[in-house]
Design a protein around this ligand. Structure first.
Ligand SMILES: NC(=O)c1ccc[n+]([C@@H]2O[C@H](COP(=O)([O-])OP(=O)(O)OC[C@H]3O[C@@H](n4cnc5c(N)ncnc54)[C@H](OP(=O)(O)O)[C@@H]3O)[C@@H](O)[C@H]2O)c1
Length: 228
């Protein structure tokens, strides 16, 4: 199998926050950015979010006809190790196919496609999931969050590009989720270095496209930085 292309897409404030201190969703993207996000969804074979985002935001994860005429809806994938997804979640409603990925042994739901990736009592094994999706012809994956999922994709070296829209606003608050959360890097060596490839102004905000810099497998050094 060839590994699917993985794009992380996220919108954050100038201070790196992706939601309010209550963790509730807030509008961060401008209209031009929303149009770009819906085009990216439309061009993807699958969208991935974690159960934290489903419980907090209850997103539909559909391509809106307001932005794309005759949309092609990607597969909606939810990482949900303990099968916590509510039966009335928007992502389980018609509009696009949905796949729940778990490590839980139980079968609590009927009429929902569930696969198991990884041993029970652990989080979903992302390498196994990517291999499963690649074997089924999925070529382009868009990861939409939240902070735990983004960090885990980066930490597992599965990301090909990161697209981050930065809005000219400050959200503040120590409890506000950030672009990458969870444990974060424990040491300087495990910090994830990125190479910026493009910066574009979208209305009053900035879109930054970057990719992780892979370390030299022999001496662990980073490749030399080039100027933009
Ligand atoms: N601004 C934006 O672009 C944007 C986009 C999306 C979300 N958000 C915000 O992000 C916040 C939610 O972030 P979050 O960190 O709480 O939730 P999350 O990243 O959406 O989901 C994390 C949960 O997914 C499950 N999971 C299963 N396998 C995993 C794996 N391999 N790696 C990581 N997670 C895995 C875990 O729960 P289990 O162990 O129970 O399975 C984990 O706690 C909300 O405030 C939301 O509004 C912002």
């Amino acid at each position: 199998m060839s590994k699917p292309w993985v794009t992380i897409n996220c919108a954050m404030s100038l201070d790196g926050k992706i939601a309010l201190p209550s963790r509730r969703q807030t509008r961060i993207s401008c209209e031009e950015d929303l149009k770009r996000v819906h085009k990216l969804r439309n061009d993807s074979d699958a969208i991935v979010v974690g159960i934290g985002t489903v419980l907090m935001d209850d997103p539909k994860l559909l391509v809106k006809e307001k932005y794309i005429s005759s949309p092609s809806q990607p597969l909606r994938i939810i990482l949900d190790s303990n099968l916590r997804i509510p039966r009335n979640a928007q992502v389980l409603k018609p509009g696009a196919p949905t796949l729940i990925v778990t490590t839980c042994k139980e079968d609590r739901y009927e009429h929902i496609t569930i696969i198991r990736c990884g041993p029970p009592n652990k989080r979903v094994n992302l390498h196994q999931l990517i291999e499963y999706l690649g074997d089924r012809g999925i070529k382009k994956i868009m990861v939409e969050g939240g902070e735990t999922v983004i960090w885990e994709f980066l930490r597992n070296n599965l990301v090909d590009e990161l697209l981050v829209f930065i809005a000219p606003m400050i959200i503040g608050g120590v409890t506000s989720p950030t672009l990458a959360g969870d444990t974060g890097a424990a040491t300087l060596e495990s910090v994830i270095h990125m190479r910026i490839q493009r910066i574009e102004k979208l209305e009053d905000g900035l879109l930054i496209q970057c990719k992780p810099q892979r370390k030299n497998s022999v001496n662990g050094s980073l490749p030399a930085q080039k100027n933009l």
